[in-house]
Design a protein around this ligand. Structure first.
Ligand code: NDP
Length: 470
């Protein structure tokens, strides 16, 4: 049977765009549908604008440090309006780059929502149908709010890049990547930030020592962090929360543009200019016709796929945040390349997420690869090499900031099982450490490497004695 295209990609984010381009480069006729903006979460409402906001927020620290280095500077003032205009222009530019990359590869772009009608037919919301030999679901994910009264009054991460004005006070709910990054950003921009996290320590799943240091650093930067605290409900500034049992106030229709009153599990009711829910993300897989045609969805709504990204329906594949794989842009991109190689390159290529490094862009950053100390101890006897110290740049200006360099080493094989860094630019450092970990470097390989001096990262090759064995 002749199809209109060899590949139809649903979703124009990092994964979808890469898959479309790679398939086209291998001679496939490709179409792609995107209902919002090309570039997806990473480029439009995630990694890229977030990193630019991190840069914007870091000038405060530079201004704070400058007098310690002999500079006399004015107070400095930040204009959200000026910044927003420049950010919008940059995102428009990047979206244009993505569009040109697709068009230059010969990919047909449909700026609309696409839904599967059968294993080879995609229906476009703006009219028409396209038949495809293969369909790739690359629809990504979206932020979710908890199911509590008034939750709709809260913002989600998507909203943080399009705020009309900077709030004076901001409550952030959550303790994951987004909550911690946003706390650092908005505190740096001069907002009074309060963070509620329901558990005992933020950044669950990361190395315990590293989590502790990031929590301290957030507080040193003015974030009022309350662990073991959650939200019970939200309302307008005059809301009365003590309604009769079982009664819920009417649900608001959308985020508030005025003050929000909250009732926490601990402590008194408080009013904030804005509330941000950074309480996780869910795969965007609803209403795509997937289950109707036999594609299996998991408990979280993610598309179930095998190592080749193939679903239960042989012509339908899925990659990125729509699946249960780590919700990270480079994972989606790598999966896209493996998919294109498998389906259009004649070389079955399973996805490979071994030694996956990532960074949390707090201030300082947390970079991590491999096993945490806690995970490694569960598996085998380990040695821990670690140092925490005051780095020259901030110590010179008499700031108390500390950094952490930590290696988790197998006692049996001597392999470095995990590296954890809390330091300015830890994201840059961990990328390089990940190569060594991926190659199976031993502690002795690290030791044989001569230090680059004076740097913070040199500590990674000069850690002589373990701080503990477990
Ligand atoms: P995470 O899953 O990282 O964190 C969610 C946080 O919200 C956790 O602290 C969780 O608590 C808490 N939470 C979940 N549900 C509730 C609830 N009902 N009430 C109160 N608290 C709740 O999600 P994020 O939204 O921060 O980020 C999503 C994903 O996006 C990340 O996991 C990551 O893969 C990716 N990402 C990566 C970035 C990077 O690479 N730098 C940056 C941003 C996002 P608990 O720990 O108790 O479950």
């Amino acid at each position: 049977m002749a199809f209109d295209v060899d590949l139809f990609v649903i979703g124009g984010g990092s994964g979808g765009v890469r898959a479309a381009r790679m398939a086209a480069a291998r001679g496939a006729r490709v179409a792609l549908a995107e209902q919002s903006r090309l570039g997806g979460t990473c480029v439009i409402r995630g990694c890229v604008p977030k990193k630019i906001m991190v840069f914007a927020s870091q000038f405060r620290e530079t201004l704070d440090l400058a007098p310690g280095y002999g500079w006399t500077l004015g107070d400095g003032a930040f204009s959200w309006e000026t910044f927003r205009a420049r950010l919008d222009a940059e995102l428009d530019r990047l979206e244009g780059v993505y569009r040109r990359l697709l068009e230059g590869s010969g990919v047909t772009i449909h700026p609309t929502r696409a839904v599967l009608e059968d294993p080879h037919t995609v229906r476009l919301e703006d009219g028409g149908r396209v038949s495809a030999a293969h369909v790739l679901v690359a629809t990504g994910g979206h932020p979710v709010r908890p199911d509590i009264p008034g939750a709709a009054l809260g913002l989600v991460s998507d909203d943080m890049f399009t705020l009309d004005r900077l709030p004076r006070s901001l409550l952030i709910v959550g303790g994951g990547y987004i909550a911690c990054e946003m706390a650092g950003i908005f505190a740096g921009l001069g907002v009074q930030v309060t963070q509620f996290y329901r558990g005992a320590q933020i950044l669950r799943g990361f190395d315990d020592e590293a989590r502790g240091l990031v929590a301290e650093a957030l507080q040193e930067r003015g974030v009022s962090l309350h662990v073991g605290t959650d939200l019970l409900c939200l309302g307008g500034p005059d809301a009365v929360f003590d309604l009769p049992a079982g009664e819920r106030p009417p649900e608001p229709e959308g985020p508030s543009d005025g003050p929000v009153k909250v009732k926490p599990t601990h402590g008194a009711e408080q009013v904030f200019d804005a509330v941000l829910f950074a309480t996780g993300r869910a795969p965007s897989t609803k209403g795509l016709g997937l289950e109707e045609i036999g594609v299996r969805l998991g408990r979280r709504g993610h598309v179930e796929v095998d190592r080749y990204s193939q679903t239960a329906v042989p012509s339908v594949y899925a990659i990125g945040d729509a699946t249960d794989r780590p919700a990270l842009t480079p994972v989606a991109i790598r999966d896209a390349m493996a998919f294109a190689e498998t389906v259009f390159g004649g070389k079955p290529t399973p996805v490979d997420h071994e030694a996956l490094a990532s960074a949390v862009f707090t201030q300082p950053e947390l970079g991590t690869v491999g096993l945490t100390e806690e995970e490694a101890r569960e598996r085998e006897p380990v040695e821990i090499y670690a140092t925490s110290f005051r780095p020259l740049r901030t110590a010179f200006a008499e700031r108390p900031d500390r950094v952490l360099m930590k290696l988790v080493v197998s006692r049996e094989t001597r392999r470095v099982l995990g590296v954890h860094i809390v330091a300015p630019d830890a994201g840059e450092m961990i990328q390089l450490a990940a190569i060594a970990v991926r190659m199976g470097a031993t502690k002795e390989d690290f030791d044989r490497t001569i230090a680059v001096h004076p740097t913070m990262a040199e500590e990674m090759v000069t850690l002589r004695e373990p701080v503990r064995r477990a």
